[in-house]
Ligand binder design. Structure first.
Ligand SMILES: [Zn+2]
Length: 189
């Protein structure tokens, strides 16, 4: 099954370019994104909510104008493989997830998704074949209404110079920046 304007093979290449390899999650995610997108009325200005940090955000980034950087995509990490696209003004949209019942017809996808088989025992060619054959046939699509209050992007407010490191930071974070409060992931130089 095609993925939006791409054949499966074309999208696989695009995925490899962007993601460094054509991850199964990215390919399945692409079908999920297209399935949700197809249900929005033509011309809808939409944004995205992704419920995992793994793979799926890249599918959104490749197939829609939404990116983490432009903040039209929110990652709400529930650890779930699901994505919702919604009208940015009304909040109405569609959420695509994987239907465990429908996955029964695709044992290799099920084994991969549910981590039933160790990676070494997975048949990656068969997995990709099943993904192409399944298309969005393994998705559950449901209408959703986004609660904007829960999604509002953190406003930065006033910017100050950190008295400890000298760099700019949101003044609301405290007397020194969060990096200097011990949250930076680096060893001391
Ligand atoms: Zn600082």
């Amino acid at each position: 099954m095609n993925i939006g304007p791409y054949t499966f093979a074309q999208f696989k290449e695009k995925a490899a370019e962007f993601h460094s390899y054509p991850a199964p999650g990215l390919l399945i995610g692409a079908y999920m994104v297209e399935a949700a997108k197809a249900r929005l009325p033509e011309g809808t200005l939409f944004e995205a909510v992704v419920e995992t940090k793994k793979c799926l955000p890249d599918a959104v980034q490749l197939l829609t104008p939404c990116s983490v950087g432009n903040q039209w995509m929110s990652i709400v990490d529930l650890g779930k493989y699901a994505v919702a696209l919604y009208d940015k003004y009304s909040g109405a949209g569609f959420r695509a997830s994987l239907d465990l019942e429908k996955l029964r017809s695709y044992p290799e996808i099920a084994a991969w998704f549910l981590k039933i088989k160790p990676k070494a025992e997975q048949d990656s060619d068969l997995l990709l074949q099943e993904i192409e054959r399944a298309g969005d046939g393994i998705c559950a699509i449901a209408p959703i209404q986004v609660e904007f209050e829960r999604l509002r992007h953190a406003r930065m407010g006033r910017i100050a110079a950190c008295p400890s490191c000298g760099e700019a930071y949101p003044a609301g974070d405290g007397a020194v920046c969060r990096g200097c409060q011990g949250e930076a992931p680096y060893l001391p130089a």
